[in-house]
Design a protein around this ligand. Structure first.
Ligand code: HEC
Length: 191
């Protein structure tokens, strides 16, 4: 005797009838109205809180990429390199960020702002010439390392910005540029 496992096999699939008359918003409302009074209160509180936090907007990073301390002031950035940096790095490592529309929705905007702040604190191409030689050289080593390991741009960024993904050619281009720039600073003593 053969026995079928419960739920196994495509043929057991029974389509659940849907109510196509209701829009998504209508369905959400019907769902919310089916809540118990306690749950309704909680849902309302969440909604009010969500509305309230919309007014707490993080400051935007809206300076200019190529200000007086831009890395290009040390040595001009070749146009093809600048293009890749623009696509993949400037949003988090320069003084100008192009924000997506959803940056206007909190708490997403806070989360983005934290990333931009953290990225710029570690490495800011727009403030690069303010770094001392040791730091400037080290940052370039870090760029090479990040590119080699595929750590940058952050995966959470390429997920939302597929155009920022680096091809092997882009990686090579940025790496060679960083290595060229690195020569302008004293080499780190070997440990
Ligand atoms: C979504 C924002 C974001 C993007 C885009 C991004 N980074 Fe970063 N980057 C960060 C954050 C945040 C850190 C600090 C935390 C960490 O290392 O993960 C960082 C760290 C770094 C560091 C290390 C600096 C240090 O002192 O350790 C380097 C180098 C770097 N990024 C280079 C790049 C390059 C090159 C690109 C473009 C190819 C890029 N990043 C794109 C956010 C970003």
């Amino acid at each position: 005797m053969t026995r079928r496992r419960a739920g196994g096999g495509r043929l057991n699939f029974v389509p659940v009838p849907r109510t196509p008359q209701l829009s998504a918003a209508g369905r959400a409302l019907a769902w919310a109205l089916s809540f118990s009074p306690m749950k309704k209160k909680i849902a309302l509180a969440v909604l009010v809180l969500f509305a309230a936090v919309q007014f707490i907007r993080p400051e935007r990073n809206s300076g200019s990429v190529a200000g007086p301390h831009f890395i290009g002031a040390k040595k001009p950035v070749p146009a093809n390199v600048a293009k890749v940096l623009q696509r993949a790095c400037y949003d988090c490592h320069s003084n100008y960020t192009v924000y997506p529309w959803y940056a206007g929705i909190q708490p997403v905007g806070w989360w983005l702002a934290a990333h931009v702040k953290d990225g710029r604190r570690h490495f800011n191409l727009s403030e690069y010439t303010t770094y001392n030689d040791k730091r400037a050289g080290k940052k370039l080593d870090e760029v090479v390392k990040e590119l080699k390991e595929g750590g940058m741009p952050l995966p959470s960024y390429t997920w939302a910005h597929p155009e920022a993904r680096l091809s092997a050619d882009d990686q090579r281009l940025l790496t060679e540029w960083a290595q060229e720039m690195r020569k302008l600073y004293p080499a780190e003593p070997a440990h």
